[in-house]
Write a protein that binds this ligand. Structure first.
Ligand code: HEM
Length: 138
């Protein structure tokens, strides 16, 4: 029951985080096309004030719930080495932790350890993570 709850929270938090990246790439970045530079900066900030209150925390929740589940499902490595599930889960966890580490540094300390110029790169990582999350069970 607890695991299912944590799993559900994980899905909702990655939905909020990934959802914002997608909306930014598809729609918000297009505001430049119809607004002046000054208007665009103002409009973007009006949205980002609210984004900053939610999205970084959703990412932190995704990482915390992910670590909990990882510790529960990874299992022990057999003598033959890691199973394909363990390999894909490790890669997924690494990419998720990287996004999380970067996001937390940015939010709490104002540091951008690996600068992402647009949200396209983190979103591509989210897509890869989602694919790994599904194919690791095959
Ligand atoms: C932004 C980063 C992340 C995204 C987008 C993401 C996305 C997902 C998705 C879509 C699932 C599949 C849910 C399902 O099909 O039911 C999942 C499951 C899982 N995630 Fe994440 N995740 C992220 C971060 C992490 C991190 C950092 C870890 C571990 C350190 C992690 C560990 C897991 C585990 C162990 C599962 C499998 C749960 C299960 O099936 O029982 N995730 N994740």
């Amino acid at each position: 029951m607890l695991y299912t709850l944590i799993h559900t929270i994980h899905i909702f938090s990655v939905f909020i985080y990934g959802g914002f990246l997608l909306i930014d790439i598809l729609f918000l970045s297009k505001m430049k096309q119809s607004l002046s530079e000054e208007e665009h900066a103002k409009a973007r900030e009006a949205i980002m004030i609210h984004v900053r209150k939610v999205v970084p925390y959703a990412l932190m929740v995704a990482v915390a719930t992910g670590v909990y589940m990882f510790l529960n499902v990874f299992g022990t490595i057999s003598e033959d080495g890691m199973s394909s599930f363990q390999m894909m889960l490790s890669l997924k966890a690494f990419l998720g932790l990287w996004l999380g580490f970067r996001g937390i540094n940015q939010k709490l300390f104002g540091i951008q350890p690996w600068v992402f110029k647009s949200h396209l790169f983190p979103f591509s990582l989210v897509v890869i993570i989602i694919l790994l999350s599904q194919f690791m069970y095959l």
